[in-house]
Write a protein that binds this ligand. Structure first.
Ligand SMILES: Cc1cc2nc3c(=O)[nH]c(=O)nc-3n(C[C@H](O)[C@H](O)[C@H](O)COP(=O)(O)OP(=O)(O)OC[C@H]3O[C@@H](n4cnc5c(N)ncnc54)[C@H](O)[C@@H]3O)c2cc1C
Length: 312
């Protein structure tokens, strides 16, 4: 048993050589040398300070629903954020980063708030959702976040919505490596019960349009943002022009990649932007498939699509 193992035990539950396939919705990934599940924000901050001072490599894991771990083992410490405290106020909800986004969406409806029903179908943690400015049904985290407590460069800081620098699937935390500790959501109260109805419709829409019964990591690519429509040499559905974005799933379908397969990784029949694990896919299979998709989309449309998922 190493010295580090003993030190890590002060902060949470520690496992050695933990398969990352057990902690990702894709069910892919080699083993983590050290895996620490942390349940208290104070312990999380202490752990981050300790590792940073010691110069030990670390990686933050939320729900593992937007990432692809490599097949090789990870040498360093994976920190799984499992902090779960919530506080309901008159103007919204304050939630620890480890709370599930679905649980917070459900809590918001129970407390008669409106505006966060869309979170009901988004897997993973609210901290991960803030970092990636997750969104669905025309909403994004930036519409609901009032402020964020975060650990940045050894300090705990409080950032306003503006300071989070949200834009499409992006926040400042992607740039500065900050760790989201707690999220303050600003929500409106409403007496009508439309929230539940909407949430149900959102879930039904998902089950119709997303693959069911296979491990995946959600959308692999970001939708393509149209910056200069003049440069596009192909005809676009009006819907995309109005939204200012071309659906990556549409591009992948039109590039003839629906159902494309490498090893056990396959582009979903139901949704072109989902790659599904047919049982024993490796990270190498998925990466090869991602490269093939990018190449075919470029060959057909002359544009590059970028990954939304985090590749480790
Ligand atoms: C079936 C399915 C459907 C999906 N639908 C949607 C959708 O509709 N909209 C959408 O936006 N996404 C969707 N996703 C993707 C995913 O659910 C979201 O991106 C989610 O917010 C990721 O959160 P997570 O906790 O799982 O992050 P993880 O996958 O654990 O981590 C993703 C990245 O965020 C970092 N991270 C995690 N927590 C923190 C934190 N507290 N502080 C700093 N960095 C952190 C990690 O280091 C990593 O880089 C879907 C995924 C699946 C599997």
């Amino acid at each position: 048993m190493t010295e580090l193992y003993k030190q890590l035990k002060q902060f949470g539950q520690v496992k050695l050589n933990e398969p990352m396939s057990k902690h990702t919705t894709f069910k892919i990934g080699g083993k983590a040398e050290f895996f620490v599940a942390v349940e208290q924000t104070e312990q999380l901050v202490e752990l981050l300070k300790f590792l940073d001072e010691e110069g030990i490599d670390r990686f933050i894991l939320g729900g593992g629903s937007n990432m692809l771990f490599g097949d090789d083992d990870y040498s360093g410490v994976i920190i799984q954020i499992k902090t779960k405290e919530t506080r309901v106020t008159d103007t919204g909800i304050i939630a620890d980063a480890g709370c599930s986004t679905v649980a917070i969406a459900n809590l918001s409806m129970k407390e008669a708030f409106i505006g966060f029903e869309w979170g009901v179908g988004v897997p993973g943690t609210i901290g991960g959702a803030v970092r990636g400015n997750a969104g669905a049904m025309g909403w994004e985290m930036q519409n609901n976040v009032e402020s964020v407590d975060a650990y940045i460069d050894g300090e705990v800081v409080h950032l306003s919505n503006g300071e989070c620098e949200f834009h499409y699937r992006h926040s400042i935390f992607k740039e500065n490596g900050g760790v989201v500790l707690r999220v303050h959501l600003k929500l409106e109260k409403s007496e009508n019960k439309d929230g539940m109805k909407k949430a149900l419709e959102y879930l039904q829409y998902r089950s119709r349009t997303q693959p069911q019964g296979y491990a995946s990591t959600g959308c692999i690519f970001k939708n393509f943002e149209i910056k200069d429509p003049e440069t596009l040499q192909f005809e676009l559905p009006e819907e995309f022009v109005q939204k200012g974005k071309i659906s990556a799933g549409w591009l992948i379908d039109k590039a003839g990649m629906k159902n494309a397969q490498v090893g056990k990784a396959k582009v979903s029949e139901t949704h072109g932007n989902f790659v599904v694990n047919m049982g024993s896919a490796t990270s190498t299979d998925v990466l090869k498939l991602i490269e093939q998709i990018k190449e075919k989309v470029y060959d057909r449309f002359g544009i590059y699509i970028e990954e939304e998922i985090q590749i480790v």
